[in-house]
Design a protein around this ligand. Structure first.
Ligand code: PRP
Ligand code: ZN
Ligand code: MG
Length: 226
């Protein structure tokens, strides 16, 4: 188990869609930081709450390992890594504590425009490119569909044109990426948004009070935005 700490550590995305709104939200909760020179670690000034700026994919693991206490991350990333852990028999190590009302998107199956979509039975024997292999594999298994999952870490939308997959399973926000690649969305696997993620078990040191306070402030700020 991780050693006791008296400062709270929150992981947020360093750059990308969730980076700015995550920081603004925490600022609205009354937090402020002295930015470190390398900008990966921000030392909390108003409260003993520090920020770690990382890749969003690393946030669930940082919470699981007890390196960070909270994280702001897409539900898609949290669910994917949770599903991957369950597939290899690891226990749940983090949970979504609050929806944050930004970063809304959907994890969707998308097929080439010319396909005549008739339903999931059409997926049998097909290759599906995705960065969300665990969620997709569970979804296919629940429906008894035998398709091949092709894992790609990025540029998933180009796979059908390259011939490395027949269709894709990826995040859709505005739909512009799909349209630009002559793909159309046909099934929704997950409705996602940014969430505040935390550990399954609250640490029993000075951080517990800070976490409770931050949750209270967050609830005030997020509810006012509605
Ligand atoms: C996601 C997804 C698509 C794009 C969809 O990528 O992989 O590329 O957003 O958005 P749209 O419907 O508004 O076009 P994202 O930019 O989150 O990051 P990544 O692909 O680099 O992981
Ligand atoms: Zn990512
Ligand atoms: Mg993308």
């Amino acid at each position: 188990t991780a050693p006791a700490r008296d400062r709270l550590r929150i992981a947020i995305q360093k750059s990308g869609r969730l980076a700015e709104p995550a920081r603004s939200l925490l600022t609205a909760c009354g937090l402020s930081w002295r930015q470190s020179r390398d900008k990966l670690f921000c030392y909390g000034e108003s409260l003993p709450v520090d920020l770690l700026l990382v890749r969003d994919d690393d946030i669930p693991g940082l919470i699981a390992d007890g390196v960070c206490d909270f994280g702001i991350v897409g539900r898609n990333e949290l669910d994917e890594q949770g599903a991957a852990r369950r597939r290899i028999g690891l226990p749940d190590a983090y949970q979504a504590l609050r929806g944050l009302n930004f970063g809304q998107c959907r994890l969707m199956l998308a097929v080439p425009d010319e396909w005549d979509w008739q339903g999931v039975q059409q997926l049998a024997g097909k290759r599906i490119a995705t960065s969300y292999p665990a969620i997709l594999a569970d979804w296919l298994a629940e429906r008894g569909v035998d398709a091949q999952v092709v894992e790609l870490s990025g540029s998933v939308e180009i796979a059908p044109r390259l011939g490395t997959a027949d269709l894709i399973c990826d995040l859709v926000s505005s739909g512009a990426t799909l349209a630009a690649n002559q793909l159309k969305p046909v099934e929704t696997l997950l409705e996602s948004e940014a969430v505040l993620a935390g550990p399954v078990k609250t640490p029993d040191d000075a951080r517990a009070g800070l976490m409770a306070m931050l949750l209270r402030r967050l609830d005030g700020v997020v509810n006012v935005q509605d």
